[in-house]
Design a protein around this ligand. Structure first.
Ligand SMILES: *Cc1c(COP(=O)(O)O)cnc(C)c1O
Length: 237
């Protein structure tokens, strides 16, 4: 089932790209495997997936421990400062940096471990109160400050759009994030790249790709519905 879902997802991405004349090689598919057992990640790996997204530090580390070393791990969930130390030298990209304090903690731990850390700044484009992320208005200020941290490298922006029945309702949000990235890129800030736009989930990734996503985060569409019952019970960090 996972293999077929992946094929369908990749096909949908290609079709979305061709509708707007983009090269589908520009779009990275991240398989969001949170709550899913290792066996399902192995199945996805066998079908060619090398980018996995998790939203809990401990779960990411436990899975990383037992899976092949060529996997690129993406931290896509809200990150608490006290967990940064476990993560900085283990992830390929942190998508969810939404405050200077968090970025400073990443800097501190990166320095200790002598690593460089690639991050995205999470922007709450829709302005939803329940969501994490900097506001679009604050994003530039925040980025200017994070840019001064020598071991932290901003590669672009990320947003989590609202859950909607009709993905068209989120088109504007994706277009706004793209525009924000273009505006920031034009400022030519040292240590800031705007190459990555992480936007779009199972319900709306095709629209996100049409609006310029370079990274889509698809969970349900690959692994099926999530079951949260009994999940995270053994969490210790
Ligand atoms: C869970 C999650 C996803 C994947 O959601 P699906 O709707 O299952 O594709 C993507 N991004 C973030 C930040 C998530 O937490």
């Amino acid at each position: 089932m996972i293999r077929e879902n992946l094929e369908q997802t990749r096909k949908n991405i290609e079709e979305a790209c061709s509708r707007v004349r983009r090269d589908s090689g520009e779009v990275q598919l991240i398989a969001v495997s949170k709550t899913k057992p290792v066996s399902m990640l192995q199945e996805a790996y066998a079908a060619g997936v090398r980018d996995f997204g998790e939203n809990k530090v401990q779960e990411l580390l436990e899975k990383q421990e037992v899976l092949p070393k060529d996997i690129r791990w993406h931290m896509i969930g809200h990150l608490q400062r006290n967990k940064v130390k476990y993560l900085v030298d283990k992830v390929y990209l942190i998508h969810s940096v939404d405050s200077l304090r968090l970025a400073q903690e990443i800097q501190k731990e990166a320095e200790k471990k002598q690593v460089e850390v690639n991050i995205l700044v999470e922007v709450n484009v829709a302005g939803e109160e329940s969501k994490f992320g900097s506001t679009a208005e604050e994003a530039l200020q925040l980025i200017r400050k994070i840019a001064l941290l020598p071991a932290v490298h901003i590669q672009g922006l990320m947003t989590v759009a609202p859950y909607v029945e009709d993905p068209e309702e989120n088109r504007r949000i994706f277009a706004d994030l793209k525009q924000l990235a273009v505006d920031i890129m034009r400022k030519n800030i040292d240590n800031v790249n705007m190459n990555v736009l992480s936007m779009g989930m199972t319900g709306d990734y095709q629209v996100a790709v049409e609006e310029g996503a370079t990274c889509v985060r698809v969970g349900t569409g690959i692994f099926g519905e999530r079951d949260y019952v009994n999940h995270h019970k053994g969490e210790t960090i």
